[in-house]
Write a protein that binds this ligand. Structure first.
Ligand SMILES: Cc1ncc(COP(=O)(O)O)c(C=O)c1O
Length: 356
């Protein structure tokens, strides 16, 4: 065996249980439960065969996204999903031996990216009530970490900070690149864009995977100061985004009403689900985003398996700091959430009764 570089040999990879999900009700990865605008499907169906044999063209894609934000196009770059933007950020800025500051629990892909660069990882836990550890982070920023990630709202806790607070943190740390992962911004309406556009140390991340419903096609955007965006381009391949994603992205952006309607529906379904859980006396949490954490009264793993048996997927958070014993429940349409509550009332609560 030829050993990879030391950082890779020591790496804990990010593994997501993503196989065999298609026929089930997928409330485990915060995807859209209705899929994209019909215009996306039409646009892909309408492609001539020669489009398949030609390297992709990107003209108009950054402009279309910049227009939705009201930001200049020089501040925007598309990536093969936000995952690829995250990797580019670590490739471009993650110097070996420098510090990567973040919170825990948070999105699972940051840590292996930092490990891969040989960075020192400094993770500050959320409080037991899932509040953001603002005082501790403020102190840590004084030590000038190289990179600081804030997932806002945080996946999986839902913790949401006001954009003004994030911008104040960034202003206090001009030597740190501050990455604001706003993957769920469609559901909160709260962004550091445009506030942070002129700051040379802030980049925000947005995606068409969730509310726009094209997770399979992979399209995300980095939005920040042109000096940062230009560095990220340097470490990205010329054709990393495939042509289907470009065509689908343009079609999705041309139909903002599809996304708006879905967001309204999800937010209503989220309130309904939280009301039901409250009525049943089940602990739950979820401020921003199209997901909440649920602590089933009995054993979490048993509840997750039993739900799977009923054709419903949720993501177990067993073993995770601060939120052990919970599962993350993605919110879909009201109809989907009624189906979840029907199954959960049977399995989640039945187990607690038999455990007593
Ligand atoms: C917080 C967060 N960041 C980034 C990603 C990756 O997004 P994308 O599908 O655009 O790669 C996810 C996906 O679940 C996420 O939850």
């Amino acid at each position: 065996m030829i050993r990879a570089k030391a950082e890779v040999e020591g790496l804990t990879p990010y593994v997501a249980p993503l196989e065999g999900r298609r026929s089930l009700l997928r409330l485990d990865f915060n995807e859209s439960t209705i899929g994209p605008s019909p215009r996306v499907v039409e646009a892909i169906r309408g492609l001539p065969p020669e489009a398949y044999g030609t390297y992709p063209e990107y003209a108009g894609l950054n402009d279309a996204f910049a227009t939705t934000l009201g930001a200049p196009v020089s501040h925007v770059e598309a990536f093969n999903g936000v995952d690829a933007a995250i990797r580019a950020i670590f490739d471009a800025y993650g110097e070996k031996g420098s510090t990567f500051l973040t919170t825990v629990p948070t999105f699972g892909y940051y840590e292996p990216c930092a490990q891969q660069q040989g960075m020192v990882i400094d993770e500050v836990p959320y409080a037991d009530d899932l509040q953001y550890p603002l005082a501790a982070i403020t102190r840590k920023l004084e030590t000038r970490p190289r990179l600081f990630f804030i997932c806002n709202p945080n996946n999986p806790t839902g913790t949401l900070l006001a954009p003004e607070t994030v911008v104040a943190l960034a202003r206090s740390a001009p030597h740190t690149l501050v990455v604001v992962d706003e993957l769920y911004v469609a559901f909160t309406g709260q962004s550091v864009v445009p506030l942070a556009l002129e700051l040379p140390n802030v980049v925000a991340l947005h995606s068409l995977s969730k509310a726009a419903g094209i997770a399979a096609l992979r399209l995300g955007f980095a939005v920040g100061h042109p000096t940062i965006v230009e560095r990220l381009r340097r470490v990205t391949g010329p054709y990393d985004i495939n042509m289907f994603a470009v065509v689908a992205g343009l079609a999705a952006l041309a139909d903002p009403d599809h996304m708006r309607r879905y967001v309204v529906e999800v937010l209503a379904a989220k309130s309904w689900t939280m009301d039901e859980l409250r009525r049943l006396g089940v602990r739950h949490a979820g401020e921003g985003g199209n997901y909440i954490l649920v602590w089933p009264p009995g054993d979490c793993e048993v509840a997750v398996k039993a739900l799977r048996g009923q054709g419903i997927l949720v993501r177990s958070m067993a073993g995770k700091a601060v939120i052990d014993g919970s599962f993350r429940l993605s919110i879909g349409t009201l109809e989907h959430m009624r189906r979840f509550m029907g199954a959960f009332s049977g399995v989640g609560l039945a187990h607690s009764r038999s455990a007593r």
